[in-house]
Design a protein around this ligand. Sequence first.
Ligand code: SAM
Length: 451
Amino acid sequence: MISLPPAFTERMTRLLGNESKAFFEALNNPSPSTIRLNPLKMGLQLPFPELIDKQIPWCSDAYYLKERPVYTLDPLLHGGAYYVQEASSMFLQTVLQQIAGSQPIRALDLCAAPGGKSTLLATCLPENSLLISNEVIKSRATILKENIIKWGCDHVIVTSSDPGRFTKLKGAFDLVLVDAPCSGEGMFRKDEKAISEWSENNLRLCEERQKRIISDIWDTLTPGGHLVYSTCTYNPGENEGILNWILDTFDASPVEIRHNYPTIVPTRPPLHGYHFYPHQTDGEGLFMCVIQKNDGTPFSLKKDKRTSQSPTVKLPADILPLLPDLTRYTPYLAGETLGIIPKQHADFIQYLSTQVGVLYKGCEIGENIKGKTKPAHALALYHRLRHQHTTRQEVDLPTALQFLRKEDFRFDAPQGEWILITYKGVGLGWVKEVGNRLNNYYPKEWRIKNL
Ligand code: SAM
């Protein structure tokens, strides 16, 4: 039995009435294990078909598992072929289907680490969209960057800045997701720390912080743009309380999300908010709502906002066969590292980098060393890497794990060539044969340690 704060128990009993018994029972049941596939890498392949229980109804490519595998020991996880994400959070896909439209948009995921909702956005935004994935806490932003690189896209920019730093980007985003830092009541059965840190005073601090965050970024929405606000708490002050405060404070309208999932509990009209309770829906506690901004002016990159153009960068010839059609991309050089960003967003990305701290952009390609390209690790994970133009070595499970532990291993390989290591066809990283050994270029800070 988990031990809950009495004030929390009292409130939930009052709130849920005769459903509360089922709610408290559910808090003592194990959380379901759930994954969301990366369709760009997996196609129709399932990572562990024998463990698949059923599909998650509100998100395509997402599954409940019969039991929790040791994810760390699955090379496909390290190759970004799927993401281990809590089921309720994936409702974001249903929300996006309604609000994102079909034209390219600019989206900001403001509180993004470790990257569950950002990887979902990266997959589900309309084609040619741009995603800014931001996390203020530096150590968490590092993990976010790793997860974004593994997901293997070229239209995501990872930033690490306080929400207040986005103020000059007025009207820049069609969609802003605030998956707010909250009291975490919905995570009680997964995370004991959420219980030990709970206090009524902390609920108030969370509410104040949520208001501050939303005030900071509200004007970054374009007129007609959508704010998706979510928490993993049941505390009405952080949910309906914040939704009411937004509608009272700004020129904004609530948006109703149409769906067919009767276990999702709606808030009382005229508010439109959606609750996930573990006794009703197979997942953790979650609240999500959408608000549309009515006023403002759209962002435009006027001359004064444009920073001096960076010199044109030419990618070395030896790497070109591995890359997609470059007419849609702008190459860049950051320090020694070459990379590409989507051409249609290049001016905006350049302006963005004058405002906020950019940690990663587009897809890193590699470094030019004495006229030859040393491929970036990100390139091995890039879903548009043209595998057929690489020298490839498909490996079995024990070898893949040796590679991911950054251990030495051997196979017959052509001298001096960069070799892409793949597992079940998914790129994991690079090795190079140098004389009498194979150099393992798996990033040291990402290697599997707990085997
Ligand atoms: N969206 C993430 C996902 O799906 O993986 C989870 C985000 S978590 C609920 C909230 C995030 O907000 C945390 O990563 C936390 O570090 C960040 N955060 C904490 N304080 C913040 C603040 N003052 N402004 C913005 N973000 C903050």
